[in-house]
Design a binder for this molecule. Structure first.
Ligand code: NAD
Length: 423
């Protein structure tokens, strides 16, 4: 099923459930409010390439829901970006900010491009063209973009510069002073341009906080609890570091080429150093080297997919040995695989809770920018821990009160209720 199909099915199931518990609930009205974005912006951006030729790229921004606050969500540069994908992802952001109890809504944007095929000047031109196009539709109280797949703090820096130029031009046209704070319009910025401490590690750390809370709730013996992490990029690395620091045993990590496995636990710092030095996971060390996909079916208590969507499929779900899957990537468990995992009594900690640490620190970045402050890393991390703990406890309470719902359904129904309560 497509990402949009899955998102729509989840929403309709949540609305049916709410109707089954309250006969006065108007599912049709709720569906017309939530099944489509409040605004879907799309265009074609044309830039001049280094060769002198022109090239055009499809660009999108889906502003799904702003009942709880300004739209919030990343901008991705990827060949598969399209109108359906941004709509699905923006709906997911509405649920994520609601589950994390942030005063924000949901948005997502992107450009259909393979950024690896662009030179640095071409990438800068395209990023600036996107920000120029989007400028009238964003702002600290309107829509707050951030980095996502293949975009980073440098790209946010270019976008802010373009956005600030738009504000200057508009203020001179209207003969009014600039009243918008450009820094509070983007998050995931470089520290030198108003970024927050702790943003890099936020998603992985948030996931580790959630896993620790799961372990406490289920009375796991932590030193014996083994963890396998698919993807050793930003999220996978920080999640590994913080779970190891919390006394879990990380026994496997993988990238697109291979899996490294040691049932006694991996030396993560050494592996990261090798990856930083060579750009790849090492092939020699105190571990066994297995195929990349073996990570999914390894003997580990916890599987943490931190790479791509749709990696746990109908085909491999029955071979998943982990009793807990913590979804650090967005949508790593395909909807077709979920039913068999639920039958196997695998606990799936849903992405809208498990990876909400990133948007939580983005929210803290926005708060700092709006208040003209810069907090130290301890302050940011303490607030992240507090927010993630509160979100986890709310989800647990909701699951106990609604035992017929799966863990994911509980998170979606909880989010939908919160959004409707603000409407
Ligand atoms: P990243 O690019 O830093 O890392 C991704 C890693 O996945 C890389 O190490 C890559 O080698 C690996 N990978 C790619 N294909 C793979 C495959 N087939 N098997 C195993 N590994 C593979 O990205 P990231 O920022 O760490 O994000 C990871 C996931 O988490 C993405 O799905 C992203 O959408 C999601 N996410 C990220 C954040 C964030 O704050 N960075 C927030 C929420 C969700």
């Amino acid at each position: 099923m497509s990402a949009l199909g899955t998102a729509q099915t989840q929403l309709q199931a949540a609305l049916e459930y709410l109707q089954s518990t309250d006969t006065t609930f108007d599912a049709d009205q709720a569906s017309s409010l939530l099944s489509k974005p409040e605004q879907l912006l799309q265009t074609e951006l044309t830039i001049t390439l280094d060769s002198g030729k022109k090239a055009s790229f499809k660009a999108y921004r889906s502003q799904h829901n702003s009942q709880r606050g300004p739209y919030k969500g990343g901008i991705r540069f990827h060949p598969e970006v399209d109108a359906q994908e941004v709509q699905a992802l923006s709906m997911g952001m509405t649920w994520k900010t609601a589950v994390a109890d942030l005063p924000l809504g949901g948005g997502k944007g992107g450009i259909q491009v393979d950024p690896k095929k662009l030179s640095q000047p071409e990438l800068e031109k395209l990023s600036r063209a996107y920000a120029k196009w989007l400028a009238p539709y964003i702002g600290p109280w309107q829509d707050i973009p951030a980095p996502d797949i293949n975009t980073n703090s440098q790209i946010m820096g270019w976008m802010i510069a373009e956005y600030a130029a738009y504000l200057r031009q508009r203020s001179s046209q209207l003969k009014l002073p600039i009243s918008t704070n450009p820094l509070a319009t983007f998050t995931g910025k470089p520290l030198s341009q108003g970024g927050s401490e702790g943003r890099d590690e936020a998603t992985g750390l948030g996931g580790a906080i959630i896993l620790d809370l799961v372990a406490a709730a289920l009375n796991w013996k932590k030193p014996d609890t083994t963890v396998a992490i698919q993807g050793f990029g930003n999220v996978g690395w920080w999640f590994g570091k913080h779970t190891a620091a919390r006394n879990f045993k990380v026994v496997a990590v993988s990238d697109s080429k291979q899996t490294l496995f040691n049932p006694q636990g991996l030396a993560l710092d050494e592996i990261l150093k090798a990856k930083k030095d060579t750009g790849k996971l090492p092939t020699k060390g105190s571990f066994e080297v297995l195929a990349a996909d073996d990570i999914i079916t390894l003997d580990a208590d916890v599987l943490a997919p931190a790479a791509l969507g749709g990696v746990i499929t109908q085909q491999n779900a029955a071979q998943v040995k982990a009793k807990t899957i913590i979804e650090l990537a967005n949508g790593p468990v395909a909807s077709e695989a979920e039913a068999s995992l639920l039958k196997q009594e695998t606990l799936i900690v849903p992405d809208i809770l498990a990876n909400a640490g990133g948007v939580t620190v983005s929210w803290l970045e926005w708060v700092q920018n709006l208040s003209g402050d810069h907090w130290d890393s301890t302050t940011v991390i303490n607030r992240l821990e507090q927010k993630m703990t509160q979100a986890f406890n709310n989800w647990q309470d909701f699951r106990h009160a609604h035992p017929s719902l799966s863990p994911r359904q509980a998170a979606v129904v909880l989010a939908v209720q919160k959004v409707l309560a603000a409407s």
